[in-house]
Design a protein around this ligand. Sequence first.
Ligand SMILES: [Zn+2]
Length: 307
Amino acid sequence: MTDQLKKYLLSDHSARIQAVRLTDAWQTGLTHQHYPDCIQQLLGELVAAAILLSSNIKFDGSLVLQLQGDGPIALIVVECTTDLSIRATVSLREGHDIPADGTLQSLLNTQGAGRFIVILDPSKKNADLKPYQGVIPLEGDSVAHVLESYMPDSEQLDTRLWLTSDATHVAGLLLQRLPSHGGTETAPQETLDETWQRVNHLAATLKDGELLTLDTDTLIHRLFWEEDLIAFEPQDVRWYCPCSRERVGNMLRALGQQEIEDILSERDKIDILCNFCGKPYQFDAVDCASLFTGNPGTTHEADDSIH
Ligand SMILES: [Zn+2]
């Protein structure tokens, strides 16, 4: 598997370590989405962060990172379910130049009006749980720095993040201190503090590029080989957008036959892009007619596959 989240616990249970690495899933996500390098990199870092943070949510649902920008980027939305299905998209604002060395600040917060919102959205199965929404100050020059100062968790656990991405990979490392549960087996506070500082120091030896190029097992061994770690079963991550030809057809049907015929009087087909994953859908006159006669369309069936 090329797309996995791996979780570890220090044997004294004082901190967790998590690493995510995507190859195929990231490339799937970019299939229909083409952004300048700096924006693609930013999106990749947010994808890594969303996976690392969503994996510790204690209910079924999803974590959404929503960045509303006032510069070249109007909106970024990254959604990761607790079973690690992820999707992400960027909306650019027309008429803005995108600096080649664009950063979180210069792409999203040029006038200080950018907003970074974290939403924890329980699935419908958890009818008694309400969505939680928190606003993170957009202060800091990287996604990792902004998120480190804020955790979507009432426990406010000390957290360190390292995030990176390029055109082919997304990778991230999370280090999180866990609350002491007391009891006679808990190490003294001083020892716990020393342990936290030691693993932080080890993680800080991570060199530029190592996170991007090393597979997770090598990375964890290189950084923490002297530590006694409990390793958990790796979890697969997949890129998933629930859009489908059927859903797009339902949307067109809802516009009404007259509206569709008006559109088709000016062009020979209707092209629609999923506004989340960018996947293109095409409906010609025959496809459109079948929406209103109840006969299933006979063309483009291959497009029905969930990507
Ligand atoms: Zn889609």
